[in-house]
Ligand binder design. Sequence first.
Ligand code: GUN
Length: 292
Amino acid sequence: MKLLNGTATAEEIRKELIEAVRLRKKKGQKIPHLAAILVGNDGGSMTYVGAKVNACNQIGFESTLIQYDSHVSEAVLLSKIKSLNKDKSVDGFIVQLPLPKHIDELKVTLAIDPAKDVDGFHPVNLGKMILNLPGFLPATPAGILELLKRNKINTEGKNCVVLGRSNIVGTPLSILLARNSSPGNCTVTLAHSKTKNLKEICTKADILIAAIGKPDFITSDMVKENAVVIDVGTTRVEDKSKERGWSLRGDVKFDEVSKRCSHITPVPGGVGPMTIASLMINTLKALELREK
Ligand code: GUN
């Protein structure tokens, strides 16, 4: 079994981005600038946004963190998005999801200028993705493709099962893996909570991608021998051995599945760092596209 080490692969990308920033500086060009909006104090969201800002600092990108408490009105948030759309110093921005119930996530996503939508969540970017036109790919699916590519995993003609049909992971990933490209050219099955015979379907997968947010859901009897297993799950579970009281757990029962598969992503250190790396790639791309 080989570990698909997202931390190491993301580090490769980080080095390439540091070099890109160095070259831009040398030529007197603008430095990429990512802004992030965080609403409320959900622990997971705070950690993810903190990691995104940290990544910017490490690479040499500019970053701006905009924080609101959970009672912020939808109108205030929409007005901030309008001003970020107009702000020429900001190349791309994200609004960390989920948002509090009183805020309409779709309205918020639609308010973002697609040219600055480095999360790739706007319908314009999702539409471009489906038509294979240039645009921003959602960060987690793009990170998984990059992880497969850089670790030379052949996907052509493979049976791929994606578990979970979320707008930001499972659904776009199922489309990207079926496209006529590399990585791609898979025969994709998108499985979800209403899927019948799930175990049987999973055991046919040459590539199994779990994105359902249920810790330890995938057991070794659901995995084909020598499959490639990608674990997108990051659920916080109680862990008294840790000072903070919790640890991150994936959707895959790592100890038993790792004995059966050919490749597997760890949690943490698998898909997570690749998501952040993709966001950085998209931010640089947003600036480059604006300069054209
Ligand atoms: N919530 C969970 N994943 C993401 C992500 O990739 N981007 C944003 N904005 N929110 C998220």
